[in-house]
Write a new protein. Structure first.
Length: 557
């Protein structure tokens, strides 16, 4: 809000200008009406006075013209000229010859053109001279001309006074009205504006607008009350908004389930920790912890139990790794990360990793269940493995994922060769997704022999992958990859279908051999596994006893 504003923009100044303008116009109009009415009155008075004067001297003028008395006629004329306004007097015989006559010039004045325009230069009066005996004989005429200037000058004087007094009265009335308006509206509004300037935009409900004294119950009071109500509502809304922002910021900075730092917040702290390690010339470790086979806990015990498991793991990490040297966060799903600062060498990171594995492997009792779980850790060191925060975390994550392929409940450090191993794995996943479509898989059958009869009683179907570039890829190399990305379900169904087809072909030739197929843990978790098996048997007309499913013990872990 502006602290000051130009005077000509103020409402009071604009109102004053309008009041003065309206007052002046009103004063001029009223005065003009009065002056015009006065002009009509002056004109009528001039006519009335002339008629009255003529009526007074009419008998004397009639006697003078009847008796042809020039002296009497002259006296009548001189008597009329005693009046300032008389311009010309004539007493005429009926034939137009003057018995007596007198004239003086019209008065000279700078205002003469105005007077002539309003009243005419002179007024002419002519009356017949008739004796009062009732005979009706006209003996002559009396002609009188009046100069309008004397009466007009008096009228002009009054007109000027009327205009001045009218305008002055209007201006005075306007000023009085402005003063009243200022006291009743403008000044209270200025006080309200001053009070509004004191309102804190960040906390509008802390200081409300003051109601001007004497206006508590009028429109200004209602306006201030409505404004304060709005300020209170805005303040409450801002408070709720700030609370919501704080909650959102907390949700953004902390994991809602475990209360640990979120990934984004962790990256900010990791960057600061790396800068600190750089200044102190010390080592720093980033350990990514992945819960082994966490999906099985969700599938077998429910998501609620899975959430409780994550909370217990988070609590154990906090309890076992207390102190300012450690930063703990949840990366997402079943993965956690631990940063350990001020390391002297990698052996300290290994000791911490062993403590983490030992703590997580302890049994978890919850809601009548006894859950046993393990974890696999990937460790990357600063500055030997990476110097950038995101690259350092990525190295630890990649190491953890590769470590999971080699077993459970152990930790592994990042080495430079891991990069090539990761690239090979990604390419293998891509090739694996196309192997079925390109018919690169085939089955070989290992016979099963009854040692007593020395006869072949069955065969185990073994999957082989003939890669166009890699050649024969060992099953123990690509099967874990297929299980990890889920393609094992489609591959396993293909193996079962091809094995049953081969069993049918053998049966048609009189060889009723039992066929054995390996079933992965991922396939066992599929809801339609039983239906898929029965449909496959039915499709190839194979008795259920002819198909043997081999499930490794790791599938039940």
């Amino acid at each position: 809000m502006q602290k000051t504003f130009e005077v000509e923009n103020r409402l009071g100044y604009r109102i004053l200008r309008w009041i003065i303008a309206v007052a002046l116009v009103s004063g001029v109009i009223v005065s003009a009406i009065q002056v015009v009415l006065d002009a009509y009155r002056v004109s009528n008075d001039l006519n009335n006075q002339a008629n009255q004067t003529i009526a007074i001297v009419k008998d004397a003028a009639t006697q003078a013209v009847f008796s042809i008395d020039a002296d009497l006629a002259k006296q009548v004329v001189d008597g009329l000229f005693a009046r300032e306004a008389v311009h010309l007097v004539q007493i005429l015989h009926t034939n137009g010859d003057p018995l007596s006559s007198r004239e003086r010039p019209l008065s000279d004045s700078a205002l003469r053109p105005l007077i002539n325009w309003i009243f005419d230069p002179e007024r002419k009066f002519r009356t017949e001279l008739v004796r009062s005996n009732g005979s009706g004989t006209v003996y002559g005429f009396l002609v009188v001309r009046y100069d309008t200037a004397p009466a007009a000058h008096m009228w002009l004087g009054r007109a000027i006074v009327t205009f001045i007094s009218g305008i002055a009265s209007a201006v005075i009335l306007g000023m009085v009205l402005f003063f009243v308006f200022y006291m009743l509206l403008t000044r209270p509004l200025l006080r309200i504006v001053h009070s509004v300037k004191q309102v804190d935009p960040a906390h509008p409900d802390d200081r409300l607008v003051d109601t001007p004294a004497g206006h508590e119950k009028d429109e200004l009071g209602l306006w201030v009350g409505a404004t304060n109500t709005l300020l209170i509502a805005i303040g409450e809304s801002q408070t709720r908004h700030r609370d919501a922002e704080d909650k959102v910021n907390r949700l953004a900075r902390y994991d809602q389930l475990t209360g640990l730092l979120s990934r984004d917040s962790f990256m900010e702290l990791l960057k600061a920790d790396i800068e600190e390690s750089k200044r102190n010339n010390s080592l720093l470790s980033v350990t990514v912890c992945g819960i082994d086979d966490f999906k099985s806990i969700n599938d077998q015990c429910g998501f609620h139990t899975g959430d409780l498991t994550l909370q217990i793991v988070a609590d154990r990490l906090i309890n076992y790794l207390s102190g300012s040297r450690f930063t703990i966060a949840r990366l997402g799903s079943d993965q956690f990360v631990v940063v350990e600062k001020a390391l002297k060498d990698g052996f300290q990171a290994a000791d911490t990793a062993e403590a983490i594995l030992a703590g997580i492997s302890e049994n978890m009792g919850m809601e009548g269940l006894n859950i046993s779980t393990t974890a696999t850790l990937g460790i990357a060191l600063y500055p030997s493995d990476a110097i950038q925060p995101d690259r350092l975390l990525q190295s630890a994550e990649q190491t953890m994922m590769l470590a999971k392929q080699k077993g459970r409940d152990h930790f592994q450090f990042y080495v430079a060769s891991i990069d090539q191993e990761i690239r090979d794995r990604k390419q293998l996943e891509k090739d694996l997704s196309q192997a079925l479509t390109l018919n690169q898989f085939y089955l070989v059958y290992q016979p099963q022999i009854n040692l007593e009869t020395k006869r072949v009683i069955g065969a185990e179907a073994l999957l082989r992958w003939d890669h166009p570039v890699r050649g024969l890829v060992p099953p123990d190399y690509f099967i874990p990859v297929a299980e990890n990305n889920g393609s094992i379900v489609e591959i396993g169904q293909w193996v079962m279908d091809q094995a049953c087809l081969q069993a049918k072909l053998w049966a048609d030739k009189g060889l009723y051999l039992r066929i054995a197929v390996n079933l992965s843990a991922v396939q066992l978790r599929q809801e339609r596994i039983v239906d898929d098996i029965l449909n496959t048997l039915k499709r190839h007309d194979i008795p259920a006893g002819r198909l043997e499913l081999e499930v490794t013990e790791t599938s039940f872990m």
